[in-house]
Design a protein around this ligand. Structure first.
Ligand SMILES: NC(=O)c1ccc[n+]([C@@H]2O[C@H](COP(=O)([O-])OP(=O)(O)OC[C@H]3O[C@@H](n4cnc5c(N)ncnc54)[C@H](OP(=O)(O)O)[C@@H]3O)[C@@H](O)[C@H]2O)c1
Length: 248
C-alpha cells in the first residue's frame, strides 16, 4: 500500500525539508499553504508527482474541508499527519494584545486540534498511523514570548493526551520541540528585519552550546518518530536544541 503523509505548511522552512525527506522515504505527501509563489517554488524544488501542494489557509473551515476531501478521494486513508504550521509573537503580558493572544492560539493550537480531529477517521483507516506535532523548546523554557510558549505548552499536552487516547488504535502521537533553526521564522513573523537576521542568529547562537540547528536536523527526528523503529514511542515531547534548554 502507498504510504501517505499530510503536512500543514510544507512550502517553507522546516515543512519543506520534511516534505523532501518524506519523499525520499517513499511517501506520497500532501501539503497545504497559502502563498501561490511559494507553492510554485516548492513544486519546482521537489519535482515529484508524489508531492501535492494544495493552496489554502488552514485556519479556515473551507481549507480543512478541501484537505479532508482531497485525501479521502485520492487515498481514503492517511498514515502520517504532521501539524507543522506555527506563528510567533514576542512579548509578555504588558506587550501582547488580546487579539494577538487569540490569533496565536487560533493558529498554533486550534489548527492542530481541528486538523487532527478532522483527519482522525482517515488515520484510523490506515495500516499504521502517526501524528507528529511541531512544538518548540519555548514550551519548556521562558524566552520573552509568552503567548507562543503557552501555545506550544498546550500542543505538548494535547500530544500526550492524544497519545493516551489513540493508543487503542495503534496510532502514535509525539511532538518535536526544536530550539532555534535557521528558517527565517523570526523575519517571517516580523519580529526582526531581514537585514538583521544574520546578526540575530550569531547573537542567539551564543546561548546554544552546539550552535543553531537546521531544518534537516529536526526533520530527521520527525522521520525517525514516524518510522517502524519508533514503534514503541508515543506520548513524548522530544527536545532537539543543541543543548539550549540545559544551558540556563
Ligand atoms: N524556525 C524555528 O526557529 C522554530 C523553532 C522551534 C519551533 N518551530 C516551529 O516549527 C514550525 C515550522 O516553523 P518554520 O520556521 O518552518 O516556519 P515558516 O518558515 O514560517 O514556514 C511555515 C509554513 O507554514 C505555512 N503557513 C503559515 N500559516 C499558514 C496558514 N494559515 N495556512 C496554511 N499554511 C500556512 C507557510 O506557507 P504560507 O505562508 O505560504 O502559508 C510555510 O509553508 C512552527 O510550528 C514553529 O513554531 C520553529
Amino acid at each position: 500500500m502507498k504510504k501517505v503523509a499530510f503536512i500543514t505548511g510544507g512550502t517553507g522552512g522546516l515543512g519543506l525539508t520534511i516534505v523532501q525527506d518524506l519523499l525520499e522515504r517513499g511517501y506520497e505527501v500532501v501539503s497545504i499553504s497559502r502563498d501561490a509563489a511559494r507553492i510554485e517554488g516548492a513544486k519546482k524544488l521537489v519535482a515529484s508527482e508524489k508531492a501535492v501542494f494544495l493552496k489554502g489557509d488552514i485556519t479556515t473551515e473551507e481549507a480543512l474541508s478541501d484537505v479532508y476531501h482531497y485525501l479521502l478521494d485520492r487515498y481514503g486513508y492517511v498514515n502520517v499527519l504532521i501539524n507543522n504550521v506555527g506563528i510567533m509573537a514576542g512579548g509578555g503580558i504588558e506587550q501582547i494584545t488580546k487579539e494577538q493572544w487569540q490569533h496565536m492560539f487560533d493558529v498554533n493550537v486550534h489548527v492542530p486540534f481541528r486538523v487532527t480531529k478532522k483527519l482522525l477517521r482517515l488515520i484510523k483507516h490506515a495500516e499504521y498511523g502517526c501524528v507528529v506535532n511541531i512544538s518548540s523548546i519555548a514550551s519548556k523554557i521562558t524566552g520573552g514570548c509568552m503567548a507562543y510558549s503557552a501555545c506550544k505548552a498546550a500542543v505538548d499536552m494535547m500530544t500526550q493526551s492524544l497519545a493516551k487516547e489513540l493508543a487503542k488504535y495503534y496510532i502514535r502521537v509525539n511532538s518535536v520541540n526544536p530550539g532555534m533553526i535557521n528558517t527565517g521564522f523570526q523575519v517571517k513573523n516580523q519580529l526582526i528585519e531581514h537585514f538583521e537576521y544574520e546578526e540575530f542568529l550569531e547573537e542567539t547562537a551564543k546561548e546554544y552550546p552546539m550552535g543553531i540547528g537546521t531544518a534537516a536536523d529536526v526533520s530527521k527526528l520527525v522521520c525517525y518518530l514516524i518510522s517502524e523503529e519508533a514503534r514503541w514511542i508515543t506520548g513524548s515531547n522530544y527536545v532537539i536544541d543543541g543543548g539550549r534548554s540545559v544551558n540556563l
